[in-house]
Design a protein. Structure first.
Length: 202
């Protein structure tokens, strides 16, 4: 991979990784509600799942999804439905945690679900398809280019979600006053719902 290609990849990764999306929204929301340690399972799951998706796209899954409209629609509908469900759970009023209920029961996207979310996340698909087509799909160089791209993708995926989670955790004490956490959750829920609707229209 040339220096110019690498520079373009880094610029693209920076722009796409640090702009708000379902992953960063959930990272911030979980850290704000439950603390940074609670959010770390999801923060780690995002780059792991996204790298799996990128490998799958480079192996041909991306071509399959883009050439089969029914499959593409199924991915978008499944992703939108899950994000709308998460938005509804997040928008509920925060109450003290109780056994089997409370904030942890309402918003707990662990490692496995965080990995799975990448496969129904339209932004993750857009990134994976773009990177696979632009920086990986070169005849005779796919494996070598994947070896370059995957560490960068993992680093950016972790850094962006950790940054949003750290901001959410830093706001916990301020959000604990009055109804601030409630309105923060509703704002994050609105972002998720908006993303879900965008997925259905894209």
């Amino acid at each position: 991979m040339s220096t110019a290609e690498l520079a373009a990849l880094l610029a693209y990764a920076t722009a796409m990784a640090f702009t708000p999306g379902p992953n960063t929204t959930l990272s911030a929301a979980m850290a704000a509600n439950h603390g940074l340690a609670h959010a770390m399972r999801f923060v780690i799951a995002v780059p792991f799942g996204w790298c799996l998706l990128l490998v799958a796209c480079a192996a041909g899954l991306g071509t399959l999804v883009t050439t089969l409209p029914a499959l593409s629609l199924a991915v978008r509908v499944a992703g939108a439905a899950y994000m709308l469900w998460l938005a509804w759970r997040l928008a509920q009023r925060v109450v003290p945690a109780a056994a089997g209920s409370g904030p942890h029961a309402r918003l707990d996207v662990g490692f496995a679900r965080g990995v799975a979310l990448q496969f129904v996340n339209a932004k993750a698909w857009l990134n994976a398809l773009t990177i696979a087509a632009t920086w990986i799909a070169v005849e005779g160089q796919v494996a070598a280019r994947l070896a370059w791209v995957l560490p960068i993708a993992a680093l950016y995926g972790f850094a962006s979600n950790f940054t949003y989670a750290a901001v959410g955790a830093a706001l916990r004490r301020w959000l604990a006053q009055g109804d601030r956490l409630l309105w923060f959750n509703r704002t994050m829920a609105a972002v998720l719902a908006g993303t879900a609707l965008w997925m259905l229209r894209s």
